[in-house]
Design a protein around this ligand. Structure first.
Ligand code: FDA
Length: 281
């Protein structure tokens, strides 16, 4: 676990609450994520849902400014849509009771359509939910247009899974190009009730959002920036000081390995850092 401690708050919900309190003190909100994915038993999915219910209660009791984020494969989607929806409804109802918000992470492309379908089904009944879309997927512009026919909260990110070139842009230039196009769509759609969260540490993308929002006269209350715990958080705190809405995504729990590997893959310096610590070179 010590290897992942730069990116993960700790093993317990209490460690996530403590980390949330710290980011709140710096003017930012938190998004708490109980690590876990690809759950293959109904019991495992039920336990993950129970952990989220406990987390929502803790957020409420401790009065931290925090939302939660979860994965549909953690809620049982690999077993059945019904199991997943039952778990999500329990969590969404508990969150609504406390006025708290739920983000749906987006996983690998095998689950993209199913995640959108589950989200679409739930948003008929719950307004306190938002969905992540990934700029590296060719399909995402179309998905955005479809979803934005009705007001919704969308988190736009570049995408963190390994995807084949038949469905995903392969180069940084192409991914950034599609991200810019999605940023434009999201800023334009904010007048129709779409609330975008821009989840990136990329300075060029951050500047692009700020420039476009100013040009189109979209106020700071109509969108937000999100970054991952342990990455560029001082930069995010500076954006908070400028008056932007800001959120730090804080993962916790024992199932940290897949999340940690995704963070290592994003930046080769992380791998050198890991090797230096393991082999003390
Ligand atoms: P890019 O990769 O171009 O990085 C820009 C700069 O940020 C780098 O030059 C470096 O300085 C810094 N940086 C980025 N990654 C780093 C790392 N791992 N370690 C150290 N520095 C790093 N993905 C997904 O597929 N599904 C999801 O649900 C989510 N959810 C999500 C929520 C939030 C709040 C964020 C910020 C991101 C996600 N992601 C995600 C991850 C996202 O898709 C993407 O992989 C990472 O954010 C890295 O991409 P950037 O936009 O930061 O740009």
């Amino acid at each position: 676990m010590f290897l992942a401690s730069r990116f993960v708050a700790g093993k317990t919900a209490d460690s996530a609450i403590a980390a949330a309190r710290k980011v709140n003190a710096q003017g930012m909100s938190a998004i708490l994520d109980y690590l876990g994915e690809d759950v293959t038993s109904a019991d495992g999915a039920e336990k993950a849902a129970a952990e989220y219910i406990k987390l929502l209660q803790l957020i409420h009791e401790h009065k931290v400014r925090a939302a939660i984020s979860l994965k549909v494969s953690q809620m049982g989607l690999l077993i059945s849509s019904d199991i997943c929806l039952d778990n999500l409804r329990l969590i969404a109802a508990e969150a609504a009771r406390y006025g708290l918000f739920i983000w749906f992470d987006m996983e690998g492309s095998v689950l993209t359509q199913k995640t959108i379908d589950v989200f679409d089904a739930l948003r008929q009944d719950y307004k306190n939910i938002g969905l992540c879309l990934q700029a590296y997927l060719v399909r995402t512009g179309g998905d955005f247009d479809q979803l934005a026919r009705k007001p919704f909260h969308v988190r736009l990110c570049k995408g963190a899974y390994k995807e084949p070139p038949t469905i995903a842009y392969g180069s940084k230039t192409a991914v950034d190009g599609n991200f810019r196009m999605l940023i434009q769509k999201a800023i334009d759609a904010s007048s129709r009730g779409v609330y975008p969260a821009f989840a990136t540490h990329d300075t060029q993308m951050l500047d692009h959002v700020r420039r476009l929002a100013q040009e189109k006269k979209v106020g700071e209350a109509n969108f937000e920036f999100q970054m991952l715990y342990g990455i560029q958080n001082q930069r995010l705190a500076a954006l908070a000081k400028e008056g932007y809405r800001t959120n730090v995504y804080i993962p916790y729990g024992s199932h940290w390995l897949p999340y940690f590997i995704r963070r290592l893959r994003e930046r080769k310096e992380n791998l050198y850092f890991l090797l230096r610590n393991v082999f003390r070179v």
